[in-house]
Unconditional design. Structure first.
Length: 184
């Protein structure tokens, strides 16, 4: 089955559904947006759509529900007739599926290749990484790190990189060498 080309949930989509009187679809989009953002405006719209749905004179409840709850209680407790509840669940499920389809498409089209370990390459400065791979990494002992100050770290950086090296020109491999590598 081909992925759905439905739209991602947005306020505009929810308002469009609402204007077309597709209240359950609008409610599903507003609910999803509210869960993602927690925006007060979205909450107000969500409640307004719920009010419209629950105020519908055409709602036909199971006689047992109608006998147990007054119309005000059903509205306050947001009780829907079974068929309307199923429609709401269907709309919410469709929103989730549409978003999953969009996420899959986005992942396939836009996701960068997975990053590899720094010692496997895949960075812009492959030469520095290659140089790192050819030399054993010797970390400064942790006791030295605990007692090292900024001046000592700067001195190590100058010793390895030189004092005239521009920060924008420092490669990832060189930076790693400051912390772990040899002085060559």
């Amino acid at each position: 089955m081909a992925p759905s080309k439905s739209l991602a949930p947005t306020m505009t989509l929810a308002q469009l559904y609402e204007s077309q009187n597709q209240l359950f679809d609008a409610l599903a989009v507003y609910a999803r947006l509210y869960n993602e953002r927690g925006d007060e405006d979205i909450q107000e719209r969500l409640e307004a759509v719920q009010e419209r749905i629950l105020s519908d004179d055409k709602l036909h409840y199971d006689p047992r529900i109608a006998a147990l709850f007054t119309a005000d209680e059903r509205k306050r407790l947001k009780i829907l007739p079974q068929d309307r509840y199923e429609k709401l669940q269907e709309s919410m499920q469709q929103q989730e599926e549409d978003e999953d389809d969009l996420n899959v498409e986005s992942d396939e089209e836009l996701a960068p290749e997975p990053r590899k370990s720094i010692l496997e390459g895949s960075y812009d400065d492959d030469e520095s990484v290659s140089a790192l791979k050819s030399k054993p990494l010797t970390a400064i002992p942790s006791t030295d790190w605990l007692s090292m100050n900024v001046g000592e770290l700067s001195a190590r950086a100058i010793e390895i990189l030189g004092k005239n090296k521009s920060l924008q020109d420092i490669t990832l491999g060189e930076l790693i060498r400051v912390f772990y590598g040899s002085k060559e």
